[in-house]
Design a protein around this ligand. Structure first.
Ligand code: BGO
Length: 276
């Protein structure tokens, strides 16, 4: 059995360093089709399985604002890798987890590689990876790509998740009322517009339609009835949250992250005292 896995993360999270650790020198470098963005892929080393690792361009979100974001997102949506390794700069964990909340909506198995742990440990911050898994719904491993620590554990975890047929559902990021609006809207789309992006993961499709995502709008631009239905649900979100739709969605993502991080991390100060 051959597997394809994607390495996704923010710029400067240590993605290139990790990619080199995981593949060694056996890599193929080309361009993503139609664009001048570099595409790197290689075979995962230290495994008996046939696993190709595809390095996605570094991105902050799955919004289609840059060519890097479009390339990464199209790969994840169209190629549907067997697993995503989400590299997270753990010294900047909240910001990095913003992308992770969007990756969760793709409904693809995922492993979180908490990088820069050499830096984090020096600051006295401890991360409880079991609690992280409980909160975010996928397993994590602590690594330092630069010091090459935790790499074997990461490969072991990747192998384990790849063969695990039971891929648990990701937790709800949004409050109940918002989630209900998203799922009701998704049902409406499936019923009235079954031809609209049927291959997209449901929650991702609902949110991107509601956000009036540029790439998605290009695909449905002349569907006046759908645009009207989108306006109706946007109004409902604005009434519910008292915010515009984009801020409300981003705000809930950050609240979910902040809440999760407060449960899964603690800081030990120089004198050995612990406080949350
Ligand atoms: C420079 N720990 C530490 N401490 N640093 C790391 C780790 C880690 O686990 N992983 C990566 N880095 P990229 P993207 C640099 O290049 O892999 C460092 O964008 C420097 N360069 O070494 O390039 C890594 O692919 C001069 O740092 O990230 C690199 O995601 C002085 O994080 C940087 C200091 O890694 C980004 C650092 C000339």
């Amino acid at each position: 059995m051959k597997y394809t896995i994607a390495l996704a993360g923010n710029p400067n999270s240590g993605k290139t360093t990790l990619f080199n650790c995981l593949t060694g020198s056996n890599l193929y470098v080309g361009n993503w089709p139609g664009v001048t963005v570099e595409k790197k892929e290689g075979s995962l080393k230290n495994t008996t399985k046939e696993i190709t690792l595809v390095d996605l361009p570094g991105i902050y979100s799955l919004a289609p604002y840059s060519m890097d974001e479009i390339v990464s997102r199209n790969f994840l949506l169209e190629e549907r890798p067997d697993l995503i390794i989400n590299i997270i700069d753990a010294s900047n964990i909240e910001r990095n987890l913003y992308l992770s909340t969007q990756l969760m909506e793709l409904d693809c198995p995922m492993v979180g590689a908490l990088n820069m742990m050499d830096v984090v440990k020096k600051t006295g911050v401890e991360i409880d990876i079991h609690q992280m898994e409980k909160v975010f719904g996928y397993p994590f491993v602590e690594i330092s790509a630069q010091k090459e620590t935790g790499i074997d554990e990461l490969i072991e975890l990747v192998e384990k998740v790849l063969v695990d047929e039971h891929h648990p559902a990701y937790p709800q990021i949004f409050p109940k009322e918002m989630t209900t609006l998203f799922t009701d809207f998704d049902h409406l789309v499936q019923e009235r517009y079954p031809q609209v992006l049927p291959e997209y993961p449901k929650l991702f499709r609902a949110i991107k339609l509601i956000e009036k995502d540029d790439e998605v709008l290009l695909k449905i631009h002349d569907n006046v009835d759908l645009m009207n239905d989108i306006s109706v649900v946007r109004k409902k979100i604005e009434t519910l949250t008292n915010h515009d739709v984009d801020s409300a969605i981003a705000d809930y993502r950050y609240r979910f992250i902040t809440d999760g991080i407060s449960k899964a991390t603690k800081k030990t100060n120089d004198h050995g005292w612990q406080f949350q």
